[in-house]
Design a protein around this ligand. Structure first.
Ligand code: AMP
Ligand code: MG
Length: 419
């Protein structure tokens, strides 16, 4: 994200990179871990390193169906003068192998143990059964062919997955490959969320004049679910200071983070910021970004415990809440969950459009990858137009006051890095 400071006579706004830095500095991994079955650990975060108690594979294995031999026994073999060997044993996968008698071949299958004494495997397509029950080879094999060496994937006692790793399907497979039946993971992060706005109705309810559907509930709840959070949804809170304060107090108990949506701007109906100030503190407000400027960060006191719950207030506009969640809430929650690397990978890509200069804010433009490997821009970049987020494949991170010309290389963060 851009670090360009806002230069203007208007009140300063925090640059996105600085705001993110401050947010992440405040994040501390939550206390508490639990042991869960490896099959149930998808998307959880490792609380401790996983060490391998064994080599993988645990023995030399064949990576082909064929014959295990001593290469020296086939010295001089050619099309004109093939060498035939008797077959001294048959080794399917999962069965023990005896030593290979000199001058013989062992029939072997993929994944089976290479017998002691054999130094190479010849794939069966390169061997021919002879009429007298032997097997003939028309080439001298290279040493160590089609053998996966013991420990080629994993060495015994090595760290295969460090603490702070978020468990992907591949990581679970790797843990299982060294025999881990269960894993130490950080407890789930507890999030309370509520939505402000007297205009909000739930799908299924009638929409009277002036009302709109609470679409953000669906986007934000789904994003939280994908991050593996334990969520308490406190629903829609009326645009009143007392109701907002009361809900904040309730949310602070038993939650690590309070996430709110809407009511955090500067209007008379925006009660979230004053409510948080009354119940705790605001440490950051208004970021030099578009969409998402009203984003707020702080904390809410928990009864008289002396502790506090983190607070992040998202703007109500659907694209603003979506983008600020992806760029700020996601890395913050991952940090609370103990994840080490929370930075999305940014791609350098060609803009196949031009866009006039923005203002002093860092823009996050909804764009799509086209068939020639460049980026197209969604026509309407309004923060109320949710269609752009479904059409797009990600966000262009455009620095403040920067016009984009066609052909220029821009920074693109794909949604696949963020969702
Ligand atoms: P606010 O941040 O409360 O000033 O709201 C900004 C805009 O976003 C207004 O047009 C609201 O109606 C709209 N909005 C607020 N909350 C939601 C929500 N949960 N779902 C959809 N739109 C919302
Ligand atoms: Mg509102």
């Amino acid at each position: 994200m851009s670090t360009t400071p806002a230069a203007s006579s208007r009140p300063p706004m925090l640059a996105t990179a600085e705001a993110l830095g401050r947010l992440l500095d405040a994040a501390r991994q939550v206390d508490g871990r639990e042991r869960v079955g490896t099959l149930d650990a998808l998307n959880r975060v490792l609380a401790a390193d996983v060490n391998s108690p064994l080599d993988v594979p645990p023995m030399h294995t064949s990576s082909m169906d064929g014959y295990a031999v001593r290469a020296a026994d086939l010295a001089g073999a050619s099309e004109g003068a093939p060498v035939a060997l008797p077959v001294s044993q048959r080794i399917p996968a999962g069965h023990a192998a005896g030593p290979l008698a000199a001058g013989t071949a062992a029939r072997i299958f993929t994944g089976a143990t290479v017998p002691p004494g054999a130094d190479t495997v010849v794939m069966q397509e390169m061997a021919h059964a002879t009429d007298d029950g032997r097997v003939a080879f028309a080439q001298t094999p290279a040493a160590s062919e089609w053998i996966t060496r013991q420990g080629a994937d994993i060495r015994r006692d090595s760290v295969i997955l460090p603490a702070g790793t978020r468990l992907t399907p591949q990581a679970l497979g790797l843990a299982a490959s060294v025999g881990c039946a269960d894993l130490d993971v950080v407890r789930r992060v507890r999030v309370a969320i509520f939505f402000t706005g007297d205009e909000l109705r739930m799908p299924g309810e009638p929409l009277e004049p002036g009302a709109i559907y609470n679409s953000n509930r669906f986007t934000l709840r789904s994003l939280l679910a994908k991050l593996g959070c334990e969520v308490t949804d406190l629903g829609i809170v009326p645009d009143r200071l007392d109701a907002t304060r009361e809900t904040l107090r309730r949310a602070a108990t038993d939650h690590d983070l309070i996430l709110t949506c809407g009511g955090v701007s500067v209007g008379e109906e925006d009660h979230v910021k004053p409510a948080v100030e009354a119940e705790g503190r605001i440490s950051m407000w208004q970021i030099a970004m578009k969409p998402g400027k009203p984003l707020a960060f702080g904390a809410v006191r928990r009864g008289d415990e002396g502790s506090e719950a983190f607070f992040i207030g998202l703007p109500g506009n659907p694209v603003s809440s979506f983008c600020t969640f992806l760029l700020f809430v996601r890395p913050f929650l991952l940090r609370l969950a103990g994840v080490t690397n929370v930075t999305p990978r940014v791609h350098s890509m060609r803009a196949d459009f031009s866009q006039k200069k923005g203002d002093r804010r860092n823009e996050f433009l909804r764009a799509r990858v086209n068939e020639s490997g460049g980026l197209d821009l969604f026509g309407n970049q309004s923060s109320a137009v949710l269609t752009s987020t479904v059409w797009g494949d990600g966000l262009i991170d455009n620095p403040p006051n920067h016009a984009i010309s066609a052909g220029e290389i821009v920074r693109f963060i794909p949604f696949s890095e963020l969702i």
